[in-house]
Design a protein around this ligand. Structure first.
Ligand SMILES: [Zn+2]
Length: 568
C-alpha cells in the first residue's frame, strides 16, 4: 500500500476565510507554521531519559499509592498530568475547558452475608446452622464470588460434579438441578494411577459451566485437602468485605448487569460431615477416596437440607476521569482530524503485601512508563511549536483511567469522543514499555517493542511505523503477538481495543509481561530508560507521519472488520 508523505509542504494559512477553496497545500500563502516532516522529526531529541527519569520517579512514588481508580491518589495522578500539559502549553479539551473528562462508575461493596441451613423433611423445617461472614468473622461458608441476590434452594450432592458419558461418569445426570445448591468435591480426579477416569479437558471452569447451565442456584465446594484449608480460604475472603467490588460504567448499567448472579461457596468440612451423615472429618477423606474407586456407580442425590444465602451490600458511585490535552494541528482543515495517543494512568493501588512486606503497587512500568512517555512526546511537539513548526493534523494526548478495572476509561471515551471517531486518523497506544521480557533478555535484545494492531487492521499504518522507525528509535519491531488468534489476545487487552472496535486503526507498543507484573515490585529503579527513549522516539515519528500523511491510514483487513462488527 502506498503512502504519501509531504516533506516539503509549507505555507499553511491559519485564516480559514482567505484560504477557502485553496486546499491545505496551497504554496502561495504566508507561512504561519512550518509543517515539514523532516524538521518535526528533529525534535525527537527532546525525548530522553533525562526527562523521563525524574517524572516517572515522582509518578510511581509510594506517595502516589498505586493510583487506584476512584481514589484520591488517582485524582492526584490526573492533576500531575494536567499540570504538565498546561506547562507545555497544550489545550485543555475536557469538560468545561478543563483537562478532565469526568465519568461515574458503579460498584457494589459487600458488607456481610448471612447463611442459614435448614433440615427439611416434608413441610417440617429445622434450622441447623446460621452463620455470618463479614470483615470481622468467618462463617460456615466462604463465598468465592457471587451476586447481590438472596439465593435459596435444596442441596444436591453431586460427587465430583461432572458428566463424562464416554467414561461412564454421570454425576450430574438424572436429577433436577434447577434452583438447587450443587455440592461437589473440589478438584476432579481426572487421571489416577495412570488411568483416565474423567476427560482431562474438563477443568474447574468447564465443570462450573456444566452445573450453572442447568440452572443451579450455586455451587458448594467441599475442600479436598485437610480441614485447615477451609479456614485459610475463609480468612482470605474476609478481606474482601467492606472493599469496593467489581466496577462498571454507570451509563451502561441496565438492571442486573452485575454479571454472575449465582453463589460459589466453599463449605466448612464439619458441616459437610453433617450433611452427608458421616461421623468425622477424617471419614470425609475416606469417603472421597471411596468415591474415586466407584466413580462410575455414583448417582447424584437430593439431600434433605436447604440453604439460604442473604448478602448485605451497598451500592457505591465512584467518580473518575480521563485526562485530555490537545496539540492543535497547523492545517485549517486537517486540524479537525486527530491522531490519538493513549496510555492508562491508573494502576491497582494498595493490596496484598509481597514477601518484603511492600503493599504499594507502584505500577512504574504498568503504565507509568507509557503515561510519562506520552508527556515526553507532548514536550517534543511543544518545543517544535515554539520554533514555529507544527504537524498538519492535531494530536490528542489521552491518559485514560480504570484500565485495570476492565478498560473502562477508554470505553467511556470511545462512547463519548471529544473528536468524532470518523475524524480520528489513528490511535497509538502504549502500556508497559520500560522492561525487558525473558525472551528478549535471553536473546540480548534491549531495544524492541511488540507491535500489535498495525497491519492487522491497516497496511498503511504498518508501513508508516516501519518508515518512522528507521528515522527514529530503530527498535526491533516484534510481531509475535500480532495475530487475531493469539491465545493471549493482546489485540483486545488494552485501551486501543475501544478505538479498534470503532474501526479506528491502532498500533499498540508494548515490551511484554515480566516477573514484576501486577506486583508491588513494579518499581522505578527497574525501568530501562534508554530503551523507553527509543520506543517513544519511534512513536513520536509515527505520530508525525500520520499527522502529515495525505490520507489517514486506510482500514483494509476484512477479517478485523468482521470481528469488530460483533463488538459494538
Ligand atoms: Zn497496563
Amino acid at each position: 500500500m502506498k503512502i504519501h508523505l509531504q516533506p516539503f509542504l509549507v505555507g499553511l494559512l491559519i485564516f480559514a476565510v482567505s484560504c477557502a477553496g485553496s486546499g491545505p497545500s496551497s504554496q502561495n500563502q504566508p507561512a504561519e507554521y512550518i509543517t515539514e516532516t523532516g524538521q518535526l522529526l528533529d525534535f525527537q531529541q527532546e525525548i530522553s531519559a533525562d526527562y523521563l527519569r525524574p517524572h516517572l520517579t515522582a509518578f510511581a512514588h509510594d506517595s502516589m499509592k498505586g493510583r487506584e481508580t476512584g481514589t484520591l491518589s488517582e485524582k492526584k495522578a490526573a492533576e500531575y498530568l494536567a499540570d504538565e500539559y498546561e506547562a507545555l502549553g497544550l489545550k485543555p479539551v475536557g469538560d468545561n475547558d478543563s483537562y478532565f473528562q469526568n465519568f461515574e462508575l458503579n460498584a457494589t461493596k459487600s458488607d456481610s452475608i448471612v447463611f442459614e441451613m435448614y433440615a427439611k423433611d416434608g413441610t417440617a423445617k429445622e434450622r441447623i446452622s446460621r452463620s455470618v461472614a463479614s470483615k470481622s468473622k468467618t462463617a460456615d461458608f466462604a463465598r468465592l464470588f457471587g451476586g447481590t441476590d438472596t439465593l435459596s434452594g435444596k442441596v444436591v450432592f453431586a460427587g465430583f460434579g461432572v458428566s463424562d458419558q464416554e467414561r461412564g461418569v454421570a454425576h450430574l445426570d438424572g436429577v433436577d438441578l434447577k434452583n438447587k445448591w450443587v455440592m461437589v468435591f473440589q478438584n476432579t480426579p481426572n487421571v489416577v494411577d495412570g488411568d483416565t477416569l474423567i476427560d482431562p479437558k474438563i477443568d474447574a471452569r468447564k465443570r462450573f459451566q456444566m452445573i450453572m447451565r442447568q440452572g443451579a442456584a450455586g455451587i458448594l465446594i467441599i475442600p479436598a485437602k485437610e480441614p485447615r484449608e477451609f479456614d485459610v480460604i475463609a480468612q482470605k475472603m474476609q478481606g474482601s468485605f467492606g472493599e469496593t467490588g467489581r466496577m462498571s460504567l454507570a451509563y451502561r448499567e441496565s438492571g442486573g448487569s452485575s454479571g454472575f448472579s449465582g453463589g460459589y461457596n466453599v463449605v466448612k468440612p464439619g458441616l459437610v460431615v453433617k450433611l452427608l451423615g458421616l461421623k468425622s472429618v477424617e471419614e470425609l477423606t475416606d469417603y472421597r477416596q471411596k468415591l474415586i474407586g466407584s466413580i462410575t456407580d455414583f448417582q447424584p442425590k437430593e439431600l434433605h437440607y436447604q440453604l439460604t444465602q442473604i448478602p448485605y451490600s451497598s451500592k457505591e458511585v465512584i467518580p473518575s476521569q480521563n485526562v485530555l490535552a490537545l496539540h492543535e494541528g497547523a492545517d485549517p482543515e486537517l486540524k479537525e482530524e486527530v491522531v490519538v495517543l493513549t496510555s492508562h494512568y491508573d494502576h491497582v493501588g494498595i493490596g496484598e503485601p509481597d514477601s518484603t512486606g511492600d503493599r504499594i503497587y507502584n505500577g512504574a512500568d504498568d503504565d507509568g512508563s507509557g503515561t510519562i512517555g506520552l508527556l515526553n512526546i507532548a514536550k517534543a511537539f511543544a518545543k517544535a511549536k515554539k520554533k514555529g513548526i507544527k504537524p498538519e493534523r492535531s494530536i490528542l494526548f489521552l491518559n485514560v483511567s480504570a484500565e485495570e478495572k476492565g478498560l473502562l476509561g477508554s470505553r467511556y471515551y470511545s462512547d463519548h469522543p471529544v473528536f468524532p471517531m470518523e475524524k480520528t486518523a489513528a490511535n497509538l497506544n502504549t502500556d508497559m514499555i520500560g522492561r525487558i521480557d525473558s525472551t528478549h533478555k535471553s536473546e540480548g535484545i534491549e531495544k524492541y517493542a511488540y507491535i500489535i494492531g498495525a497491519e492487522l487492521i491497516s497496511s498503511d499504518l504498518d508501513s508508516l511505523i516501519k518508515v518512522a522507525n528507521k528515522q527514529s528509535g530503530e527498535i526491533t519491531l516484534n510481531k509475535r503477538y500480532n495475530d487475531l488468534n493469539d491465545p493471549q489476545q493482546f489485540y483486545r487487552r488494552s485501551d486501543h481495543w475501544h478505538f479498534g472496535r470503532k474501526k479506528v486503526p491502532f498500533a499498540f507498543f508494548f515490551t511484554g509481561i515480566h516477573e514484576d507484573y501486577h506486583r508491588p515490585s513494579d518499581e522505578v529503579h527497574k525501568i530501562r530508560f534508554e530503551k523507553m527513549e527509543s520506543i517513544l522516539r519511534t512513536m513520536y515519528a509515527t505520530t508525525v507521519m500520520i499527522a502529515n500523511a495525505e490520507n489517514p491510514p486506510f482500514v483494509d483487513n476484512q477479517e478485523f472488520i468482521e470481528i469488530t462488527k460483533s463488538d459494538n
